[in-house]
Write a protein of this length. Sequence first.
Length: 269
Amino acid sequence: MERDNKSTGATMEFLLLGFSELLCLRVLLFLIFLIIHLVTLAGNVMIFMAVVMEPSRPPMLFFLCQLSVIELCYTLVIVPKALFSLIVVDGSTFSFIGCAAQRHLFVALGGAECFLLVAMSYDLYVAICQPLHYIAVMSEEFCLRLAVACCLGGFAVALGLTVAVFRLPFCQSRHINHFFCDVPAVLHLACTQSYTPELPLLAACVLLLLLPFLLILTSYVCIAAALLHVTSSVGRCKAFSTCISHLAITSLLYGCATFMYIRPKTSYY
């Protein structure tokens, strides 16, 4: 890749290579991803409708409804363009602004989801550790403010990261070896030899991954300590199984995201 022709304004269009090397599997991959996409959309819509139709919605269902909406938007931001890249033989083009917008929405929705998982773990903590104060603490107004704060936090971090990344000077090559405008793939095109441009990504990972995971882990440690004092073995086992399953899914999410984004751009390919 040529690194001597730097540009910020000239590189106004990117070329998403995506699955360009898998020509013989394009139709099969398109059908597989389309089916998965439709099933995901249908599942999230059904979750949303089930929660909305519930007469009395506890806070956990409220957060679950918001999580399904975020997942719905999340897939709509990424998958349609990825499916289109399977149809186009020579790769799918993406404008500079379109790439930045997709990058911003991807990080914003992902960040909102990470913060929302913290809110859900806090809800579980209050329900188990402070059951007598649950209704007073987790009021409808407080849950609404918490949900809005999660979304605003994700969008704020995403805006800072997007501005920092797309202000970098890019090289002559505009080929992104990915099926969407992911930050490591875009950073790989930046004409910089230092690790300074990666600092915003590292800061975003700390805010969106490390900090939420530590808060979730803290809440589950407090829950585990409270469950040790529960006399009913049946209730203790049921609560432990619920917490362990939630923690396993959360660890899988944060672990995969950490592996993907907390590494130097030179190791991307």
